[in-house]
Design a protein around this ligand. Structure first.
Ligand code: URA
Length: 248
């Protein structure tokens, strides 16, 4: 038996919080009866409907995708651009990305149909480390990198402390490659952080998400996460939330 809101979230219909709201609003039926309480548990044999539509009980699936540049972190695009699901031709489940990478960012992106898992990983409180490698214009001096490390004021508030490492410098071309580790996931955060110190990003790649990397993969490759990796990610997110600080 599982909680009704969890079953709805796992079907990929809504986040768990949204599922709770749908229940409270009287939009969910179990075996034809409207349910408006949150404590109800259901078995795989129960027929669950949301807004009159039966939920499809999909098995949860989890993928690690090396997103190439020029792909939208979405499952469809009005303008006909490439989307992440174009790279999962044999997958029947309705997967969607855990967070997003910009169209012009490449790198590690998780995909799942497990809404609860996605929410757990995306919640800022859970402080999952993400490692980005950015090629930037100019050669940022130490004090500017220190400012990124300490936290820098952006229009939506100060960023949390980050880790910064210069990987290489091209004096002649006046560019640098910098590794930045952050655990927040604000929109275009890395680009805005480098803009804020006057060294705009020319190229951006996410190389790591928690303990997962794209090492040995090519852009466009996809692999399933192992059950152990899924479990480890859950444990890590919960641990970090409990400690209130980043420990991965
Ligand atoms: N930060 C950015 O600026 N872009 C991304 O795609 C991810 C993080």
């Amino acid at each position: 038996m599982e909680r009704l809101q969890k079953v709805i979230a796992q079907a990929g219909m809504a986040s768990r919080r949204k599922a709770e709201q749908l229940i409270l609003e009287g939009k969910v039926k179990v075996n034809g009866k409207i349910i408006t309480e949150l404590g109800v548990k259901v078995s795989p044999n129960d027929k669950v409907e949301v807004n009159g539509i039966p939920i499809e009980k999909e098995q949860p699936v989890y993928f690690l995708f090396y997103k190439p540049y020029g792909v939208i972190s979405s499952v469809k695009d009005d303008k006909g651009r490439k989307v992440v699901t174009d790279f999962l031709p044999g997958v029947q489940e309705r997967v969607y990305p855990v967070g997003r990478l910009d169209y012009d960012t490449s790198g590690l992106l998780l995909l799942t149909n497990d809404g609860e898992f996605a929410n757990l990983l995306m919640h800022p409180r859970n402080e999952i480390d993400k490692v980005y490698v950015a090629k930037v214009k100019g050669i940022p001096p130490r004090e500017k990198l220190k400012a990124l490390e300490k936290g820098i004021m952006l229009e939506d508030g100060k960023t949390a402390p980050a880790k910064v490492k210069v990987l290489s410098i091209e004096k002649r071309k006046q560019t640098a490659v910098v590794e930045l580790t952050i655990h927040e996931g604000r929109n275009r955060q890395v680009r805005r952080m480098f803009d804020a110190i006057g060294h705009p990003v020319m190229k951006l790649k996410r190389e790591r998400f928690a303990f997962l990397t794209i090492e040995g993969m090519n852009a466009g490759d996809v692999r399933e996460l192992t059950p152990h990796e899924v479990k480890q990610l859950r444990v890590l997110a919960k641990q970090n939330a409990g400690k209130g600080k980043n420990k991965n």
